[in-house]
Design a protein. Structure first.
Length: 138
């Protein structure tokens, strides 16, 4: 069996820095799965949400605006400085309820020290190598 090649963290960063806001044009295929996630994720009971690979912050905005309790806190992580910039702008109106952190791409080491009761990773795992997936799941 041939292993699939995945992007290195530096390669992924370069791709998503280049894509920027263009990522939002993918809503036509992302939204049906996100609708299912939101419908079954019980975000109305969430106190802290962690999103790995938050991209442009579209899901964060949707959750905080329409589905999470007013005191819920959101933390998004991304390795692309461009995506972090866009996401921070998008969720700025939520003040200290929302934070987006630029990471180095190592999923295990980038998690906040506080606990989370919802962890979300949409359209991320297929981009990761085995080592990163193991770090994410442990």
């Amino acid at each position: 069996m041939t292993a699939c090649r995945t992007l290195s963290h530096a390669e992924a960063r370069a791709v998503y820095d280049r894509i920027g806001r263009g990522q939002d044009t993918q809503a036509f295929y992302e939204d049906p799965a996100l609708d299912t996630l939101v419908a079954h994720g019980d975000f109305g009971e969430a106190s802290t949400i962690l999103e790995m690979g938050c991209g442009t912050g579209r899901l964060a905005e949707r959750l905080l605006r329409d589905h999470c309790p007013p005191k819920a806190r959101y933390v998004g992580l991304d390795l692309s400085s461009r995506m972090v910039e866009i996401a921070r702008d998008r969720i700025a109106s939520f003040g200290d309820r929302a934070e987006v952190v630029l990471t180095d791409g190592r999923l295990g080491g980038d998690r906040p020290s506080a606990s989370q009761d919802r962890v979300v990773a949409t359209y991320l795992l297929d981009l990761l190598g085995d080592e990163d997936i193991r770090a994410f799941l442990t």
